[in-house]
Design a protein around this ligand. Structure first.
Ligand code: GUN
Length: 300
């Protein structure tokens, strides 16, 4: 049976160091890290995520600013808010919750956020720094950064000789995850919906990372014995076994059967999810330190 990574415990350890770093910055420089979270519209899932982000920011000792805009907000109004937040020196991190309601376009908004305040790591400047292996100078997207903490705590800093497969090629996760694995010397394959014989590609992976949003796609016979399995999927599926109309969350990995083959596995919920939030706090404290010309202490 595989070792199950407790994402809540690892995330809590990151939060402890973030809180210490924030308190130290306030003591030494009188600067309180400021995180602005922007949500447009009333999507219930997005509201839940944003509430969790604002609460955690307060718990970390940050100034937490939430902007809730109506679904009818125009592209220009959203751009004006981002401009105001870019110019506000008390704001060190800006996050615009995605997806935006139609017809708003997310890319112009993301690209308008100052790279040094882009705690989502989605601006082309931060994506580009990651692509050229400049991990220390930019901000890395939170979910891949969190998944990478698990990989490094399992395999160490150097993944030389290990084969890693990432299923999914999104800008938010798949691409930055592949770049992080590559920067740590893994031999990386990015698989996606057009990949032929996905099962055999996955069977080659010492580290298999699934982020496709397809419930329990990865089966036990896709997994190399002894592999590390990182499940980034969060899928709500019907659970009639729990009663009429009930549902449950599952990942992109068929957990029970894969746990019999893998050496290490992350659960859903309670795996990568809590790390996304912790890494957002880490990025905010890093951005706040940089705003006063200091390097942030290593918070992971
Ligand atoms: N929606 C789902 N995940 C994310 C994320 O990591 N960042 C933003 N901005 N929106 C999201």
């Amino acid at each position: 049976m595989a070792k199950i990574i407790d994402g809540k415990r690892v995330a809590a350890s990151v939060i402890v160091t973030v809180k210490e770093a924030a308190a130290e910055l306030e003591r030494g420089k009188s600067v309180k890290p400021g995180l602005a979270v922007v949500i447009v519209g009333d999507d219930p899932a997005s509201q839940t995520y944003v509430l969790a982000k604002s609460r955690m920011a307060k718990e970390c000792g940050f100034a937490s600013i939430q902007h809730t805009l109506p679904a009818e907000t125009t592209q220009e109004e959203l751009a004006a808010l981002v401009k105001t937040l870019n110019e506000d020196t008390s704001v060190h991190g800006i996050l615009v919750q995605l997806p935006l309601p139609k017809p708003l376009k997310s890319d112009p908004v993301i690209q308008a956020i100052l790279p040094e305040k882009d705690v989502d790591g989605l601006n082309v400047v931060n994506a580009g720094k990651l692509a050229i292996g400049n991990l220390a100078g930019g901000l890395v997207s939170c979910t891949p950064a969190g998944a990478m903490v698990f990989v490094k705590r399992t395999h160490g800093e150097d993944l030389s000789g290990l084969s890693a497969v990432v299923i999914g090629r999104s800008n938010l996760f798949g691409k930055p995850m592949a770049m992080l694995l590559l920067a740590a010397n893994a031999t990386v394959t990015v698989a996606h919906s057009r990949t032929k014989d996905l099962a055999s590609v996955c069977r080659n992976a010492d580290i298999l990372v699934a982020a496709v949003g397809c419930p329990e796609l990865v089966k036990a016979d896709w997994v190399k014995p002894g592999a590390t399995l990182i499940d980034v999927g969060i899928n709500r599926v019907p659970a009639p076994e729990n009663g009429d109309g009930k549902s449950k969350l599952v990942g992109d990995v068929a957990f029970e059967e894969c746990a019999k083959v893998a050496a290490v596995i992350t659960p859903v919920p309670g795996g990568v999810g809590p790390m996304t939030l912790a890494m957002l706090m880490a990025n905010t404290v890093i951005a706040a330190y940089r705003s006063v010309g200091q390097a942030a202490p290593d918070v992971c």
